[in-house]
Design a protein around this ligand. Structure first.
Ligand SMILES: Cc1cc2nc3c(=O)[nH]c(=O)nc-3n(C[C@H](O)[C@H](O)[C@H](O)COP(=O)(O)OP(=O)(O)OC[C@H]3O[C@@H](n4cnc5c(N)ncnc54)[C@H](O)[C@@H]3O)c2cc1C
Length: 384
């Protein structure tokens, strides 16, 4: 008889786990509180473990279809005047040959299409209680349903309910990095933003970018330093962004005024640092377990890589799920910890605290755009 898994969360981690567990002969079911697929979000670099895992799981062609190639990076002054451009060939050299530039929603969509019709997804409900013993795990949902399974996967993101119920309150694991992030998809390309480019304004304490990855694929992204993230969240995205970005007069004021606050991803930039990711038959995956943050540039890659490895470890230990989970964690922990450290190190680069940090952020990019340096970078990627 095949094993059953309840997966909480239909984000990238949850859908990747659903695909992988289905591929190894399990019967997963996915639970998502949103009424439908949440396809929003900004642009992500999909590289490393995630890329390799996607190839092994057979979804790389679907992701490649959505990749438009590297794009130019155009830097503007707060009023809109052009400062410098890093050409797409330099960005490609930085990304490497085994890397894709995608919208977060592209990865989620490709995974969703891969599991559609194979794995049931129940939208509009979530878990309210968990009980486990040696033989199985019992999950109660808000709509009164009770599910019995051999494994519960908490892939429910930064504010995971599974983590809270099984491992303890969020405050015990959350490390705020003193920044806020907001991202939203746009139905138009604002004046002055280029097609197939990141158009960015970088100021001390703030970054504002409009990314276009081809027709109909535009997103806006904001990240800024905030000493008190809770106060920013209380203001809501429109007021918080209007206050933080009042000195940036190019494009930002119109976007903030017209944004639909329902579709904006707005949160503090926070890491999750947990000394274990599993408890018996319950395992945390993706941001619920190790949220490395956008500053690490690796959240979706690690979510897909971690999901694939989870399937591999469980398959190696038929009949002993806790042993499979322990092995999985032992293999993944070092990578996750390195990415968490990278996320902390990169904090200044994403919202430079002073002029020196701003210079440190821009100089390598401008240097990389010098043709001989770009050629060197390409050669470096080929050799490694
Ligand atoms: C709509 C959206 C937009 C995003 N945009 C960005 C962005 O622009 N930039 C960025 O850096 N990161 C963004 N993220 C986070 C990014 O997707 C993740 O860091 C990364 O992909 C790892 O994914 P994850 O599946 O672990 O977590 P998430 O992508 O956060 O997915 C978690 C899923 O679990 C669901 N969930 C939450 N609580 C519960 C619950 N109690 N019960 C059941 N399900 C629950 C959520 O609705 C979501 O579908 C976004 C996330 C979402 C959901």
């Amino acid at each position: 008889m095949s094993s059953r898994a309840v997966i909480i969360g239909a984000g990238i981690a949850g859908l990747a786990a659903a695909l992988r567990l289905h591929q190894i002969g399990w019967e997963p079911v996915v639970i998502e509180p949103a009424p439908a697929r949440r396809s929003g979000g900004y642009v992500v670099a999909f590289i490393g473990h995630g890329y390799d895992a996607a190839e092994r799981m057979g979804i790389l062609p679907a992701l490649r279809e959505r990749h438009v190639g590297a794009v130019d990076m155009v830097n503007r002054k707060p009023g809109g005047r052009h400062r410098f451009t890093v050409p797409h060939r330099t960005m490609q050299a930085l990304l490497g040959d085994r890397g894709l530039t995608l919208m977060r929603g592209d990865i989620e969509e490709a995974l969703y299409e891969a599991v559609e019709g194979k794995v049931p997804i129940r939208f509009g409900t979530t878990l309210t209680a968990v009980k486990q013993n040696q033989d199985g795990v019992r999950v109660e949902l808000g709509d009164g349903t009770v599910l019995e399974a051999e494994l519960l996967v908490g892939a429910d993101g930064l504010h995971s309910k599974v983590r809270e119920l099984v491992f303890g309150p969020e405050v015990r694991f959350r490390r705020d990095l003193g920044h806020m992030v907001a991202a939203t998809t746009l139905d138009h390309l604002p004046d002055g933003a280029r097609q197939r480019a990141f158009t960015t304004v970088t100021r001390v304490g703030h970054i504002f970018t409009i990314a276009n990855l081809g027709p109909g694929r535009t997103a806006a992204f904001f990240t800024y330093g905030a000493a008190n993230p809770a106060a920013e969240l209380a203001k809501g995205p429109r007021r918080a962004l209007a206050d933080a970005y009042r000195d940036i007069t190019w494009a930002a004021p119109d976007l903030i005024r017209d944004m639909s606050t329902d579709s904006v991803y707005f949160d503090s930039v926070s890491q999750i640092v947990a000394d274990r990711w599993s408890d018996g038959r319950v395992v945390l995956l993706g941001d619920a377990a190790w949220c490395v943050t956008l500053f690490a540039g690796y959240g979706s890659s690690l979510a897909v890589g971690g999901a694939e490895l989870l399937g591999t470890a469980l398959r190696r230990h038929p009949g002993d799920i806790p042993a499979g989970l322990r092995e999985w964690e032992a293999e993944l922990r070092l990578e996750a910890e390195e990415r968490l450290a990278m996320g902390r190190r990169n904090t200044r680069a994403h919202a430079p605290a002073n002029r020196l940090d701003l210079l440190k952020l821009e100089l390598p990019l401008r240097l990389a755009a010098v043709p001989p340096v770009t050629r060197l970078l390409r050669r470096h990627h080929r050799l490694h």
